[in-house]
Write a protein that binds this ligand. Structure first.
Ligand code: IMP
Length: 199
């Protein structure tokens, strides 16, 4: 079975590849095609965006497609940056720009009110009639400064309550074990195991 990952994000591709590597599936990305359209993420829910990305890439390639949409929901900011996590500091910004703005907006918030949650929705579109939607989440808090050098995006400022470590202090395997994306991917893995068993 071949499966196209509907994302340009190399960091996500790496996390997904590691978790699905044992399956008898050939994972393809945008780089395996001459040209695939850029999917505009213009929906106001994670599910809407993930569905749109998976559907457009399925329709373009004719192959099963999978897309993830993720947001960081900060309680003290009424759920911001949420669905708009990639564009929090504006269009065409870096991960660092987004982190700096978030830290600035949280400057005066005490530790007890800094709770946050990563949420991921993954849509797996096998064909026109078969679509699976799973979710995964991970709770933590926004630290006062960046810590760690691994991971990507908001990882250096997202801390786990149990260990006090940021996501950026975890190896890829450790992050996948407990992260929003890791949890959603384990559900997808089960679905794909069933599908590939019967083919
Ligand atoms: P997307 O819209 O799903 O591509 O993700 C939105 C933004 O959330 C990305 O640009 C990243 O900044 C951030 N993000 C997504 N997943 C993670 C993660 O696992 N750790 C940290 N930041 C993430």
């Amino acid at each position: 079975m071949r499966l196209v990952l509907a994302t340009h994000n190399r960091d996500k591709i790496q996390e997904i590849n590691v978790l699905l590597q044992e399956l008898p599936i050939q994972i393809l990305t945008f780089e395996d095609f001459d040209s695939l359209p850029e999917v505009i993420e213009d929906r106001d829910t994670l599910e809407g965006n993930a569905e749109k990305k998976a559907r457009e890439i399925y329709e373009e390639t004719g192959l099963p497609a999978m897309a993830d949409d993720t947001g960081l929901f900060v309680h003290a900011l009424h759920g911001e940056p949420g669905v708009y996590s990639s564009r929090y500091a504006g269009e065409n910004v870096t991960y660092a720009d987004n982190r700096h703005l978030l830290l600035k907006n949280m400057e005066d918030v005490p530790l007890k009110d800094r709770d946050a949650e990563f949420r991921t929705i993954i849509v797996l579109m096998l064909n026109e009639d078969e679509k699976f939607i799973v979710e995964g989440s991970c709770s933590g808090y926004i630290g006062f400064k960046e810590k760690g050098t691994m991971g990507f995006g908001y990882d250096p400022i997202f801390y786990l309550k149990e260990s006090g470590k940021s996501f950026a202090e975890l190896s890829l395997a450790e992050k996948n074990e407990i992260s929003h994306r890791g949890r959603a991917l384990k559900k997808i893995k089960k679905i794909l195991e069933e599908i590939t068993k019967n083919t």
